[in-house]
Ligand binder design. Structure first.
Ligand code: FMN
Length: 190
């Protein structure tokens, strides 16, 4: 895939095969995080990498999946959980907090993964306190965002957004459809 294909097909996935994410892809994801742009080169983010089934499963229990899908149907089945879960941590001893730094790190990591066929779900709704407890984090490391990774067990397609309805949906096969505005609707040229 060229860069534009990687970016335009990098959807959210919430059900995964059992195939583990290979070491070299984990290394790519972390290298993308390590070298990501950040304000004033502050590098205030730290990364908790869960690869054991036990810890990944525990993190999944602390995660809210697919708020737009009714009846919890977007929550991965027990045998379709992610195989890798990375939690981005904010080191409060480093000054100059920036959500933009987090966004760039997340986008870089998920793009590096997808370039190798590994799908992801960015997790903003996680139980931060219990996650910190589970990971035995020192006080200076705050849980910011999670990212679940794995080889996708479903498809996800971008479709035109109609009548202002932004909610994604899932069909009977578990495949997702994600409405997005057209460029004409969101871009103004000067
Ligand atoms: C900041 C952020 C937080 C998110 N939090 C969650 C979450 O807690 N649970 C979840 O299932 N998906 C979460 N997502 C995934 C979004 O629902 C998804 O990106 C959106 O529906 C658009 O789908 P797409 O990523 O395929 O374009 C999050 C995405 C972002 C960028």
């Amino acid at each position: 895939m060229d860069v534009m294909e990687v970016l335009s097909t990098r959807r959210t996935f919430r059900a995964f095969t059992k195939q583990p994410v290979p070491e070299d892809v984990v290394a790519d994801i972390l290298e993308a995080a390590r070298t990501a742009n950040c304000g004033a080169n502050r590098q205030s983010l730290r990364y908790a990498v869960a690869r054991s089934k036990e810890v990944v499963d525990s993190l999944c229990e602390l995660t809210k999946w697919a708020a737009a899908i009714p009846d919890g149907a977007g929550t991965p089945a027990l045998d379709q959980r992610p195989t890798l879960y990375i939690v981005l941590l904010q080191d409060t001893t480093v000054g100059g907090y920036s959500d933009i730094d987090v966004g760039i790190a997340v986008a870089s990591m998920t793009t590096a993964a997808w370039a190798k066929g590994v799908g992801s779900c960015i997790i903003g709704t996680l139980h931060r306190e219990k996650t910190a407890e589970l990971l035995k984090l020192p006080e200076n490391l705050l849980v910011h965002t999670g990212i679940a990774f794995g080889y996708p067990a479903h498809k996800s397609t971008v479709v035109p957004l109609k009548d202002g309805k932004k909610n994604y949906w899932r069909d009977e096969n578990g495949d997702y459809f994600v409405p997005k505005y057209s460029l004409e609707e969101i871009v103004k040229y000067y």
